[in-house]
Design a protein around this ligand. Structure first.
Ligand SMILES: [Ca+2]
Ligand SMILES: [Ca+2]
Length: 374
């Protein structure tokens, strides 16, 4: 039999044991909670890390070829918006384009030189004018020009000596024998100091030949406009809605002053500027507005958008050309305006602006850039 003293001792011991177990049990529960928290935090960390790695790999997955940037593609509203619009930019309509790579700059003289060096290519402006081809673009019965008008030549912008209005381009475009990509203003001019300027006096055929050599292609008009918008929706310019002005904060190489007589050159450039000048747009593309016009692959029709309904996907342009002002001239689309554009004249540095140019025509303000598919 246990005496009272022993029972008291055992009860105390038991209590003592219980009293010792209780903190131990709480401690185990606490440890369990903490370990779960640690695990949860650890798993979150791992998930975050995997997500980061995945995102990084995804963003780096598409590695652009040298000198090109990835244009992600998507749906956009194509055509005029804002205050300025031309009939050929209407109606506005939805278009979707696939992603593609695009040259971040216009093709430079150095790049074109490499093409010519490797291929021996001779540009349209370096060849005599083929009268049999030319007369098909002119009204029936047009007299053949004298032979000295059919020698290799190109159109050069020359500031008119007298004050003229800005609605007669024959006053400032001068058919200049000897003008071509090597001699942008004709004999006596050269490319020294302009190696990184855009090549000019290239016809659409010349641009196509270069693109083929480079393993690329010309952009469609829709691709070009999507790219020029730089990810912005329905903005008037590649940089937003603020119009350029003549005094400061220059967004592009365009004209300052009164076209065509007075160019203040406030933006630093009377004619072409280096292909990587002025801020790039949201996609990292330079000079999508201004500097030089850029050839696209499409035939030019003034009414190209009229019959589009719903979302037009990857449009390649019309099957034929049509410019009501020169209906016989086979024209291709050119985009983006040039160093000659001003708010009072042309204003074609707007992404929506479009123009048709004779495919065999080089001028001192037209060049191009290329694209390639994924
Ligand atoms: Ca300028
Ligand atoms: Ca341009």
């Amino acid at each position: 039999m246990q005496d009272a003293g022993q029972r008291t001792f055992m009860i105390k011991k038991s209590r003592s044991r219980h009293s010792k177990q209780s903190p131990s049990s709480n401690s185990a529960a606490g440890t369990s909670i903490w370990s779960r928290v640690v695990w949860a935090v650890g798993l979150l960390g791992v998930a975050f890390l995997l997500g980061y790695i995945f995102r990084t790999m995804s963003s780096n997955w598409i590695v652009p070829p040298p000198g090109m940037v990835w244009i992600p593609g998507g749906e956009f509203i194509m055509g005029a918006n804002g205050e300025t619009k031309q009939k050929n930019e209407l109606p506005v309509h939805a278009v979707a384009v696939n992603g593609f790579f695009m040259d971040e700059t216009e093709v430079s003289n150095t790049q074109f030189q490499k093409f010519v060096d490797e291929t021996g290519y001779i540009t349209t402006a370096e060849k005599p004018v083929d009268w049999e081809e030319l007369k098909q673009q002119l009204p029936a019965g047009t007299q053949k020009p004298s032979d000295d008008r059919l020698v290799p030549a190109s159109l050069v912008f020359v500031v008119p000596k007298e004050e003229v209005t800005s609605n007669d381009m024959t006053k400032w475009w001068v058919w200049t024998p000897g003008a071509n990509w090597r001699h942008p203003e004709g004999p006596g001019s050269d490319l020294v100091g302009r190696e990184d300027h855009p090549v000019v006096h290239v016809s659409w055929d010349d641009a196509m030949a270069y693109a083929k050599w480079a393993g690329k292609r010309l952009p469609t008009e829709a691709e070009w406009e999507f790219a020029a918008r730089g990810g912005l929706q329905q903005k008037r310019f590649p940089w937003g809605d603020e119009p350029p002005h003549d005094e400061s904060d220059f967004k592009a190489n365009i004209w300052q002053g009164r076209f065509p007589n007075t160019n203040t050159k406030a933006d630093g450039w009377e004619r072409t500027a280096p292909v990587k000048s002025f801020p790039a747009n949201g996609f990292g593309l330079y000079n999508m507005g201004g500097n030089v016009w850029e050839w696209c692959s499409d035939f030019y029709r003034a009414d190209a958008y009229v019959n589009r309904r719903g979302v037009t996907i990857n449009p390649k342009g019309p099957d034929t050309f049509w410019d009501p002002n020169e209906p016989l001239v086979p024209k291709r689309v050119s985009r983006g305006g040039s160093f000659l554009c001003h708010v009072s004249y042309c204003e074609s540095y707007r992404p929506a602006a479009r123009r048709g140019t004779g495919a065999d025509t080089g001028m001192s303000h037209i060049g191009f850039r290329c694209v390639t598919d994924k």
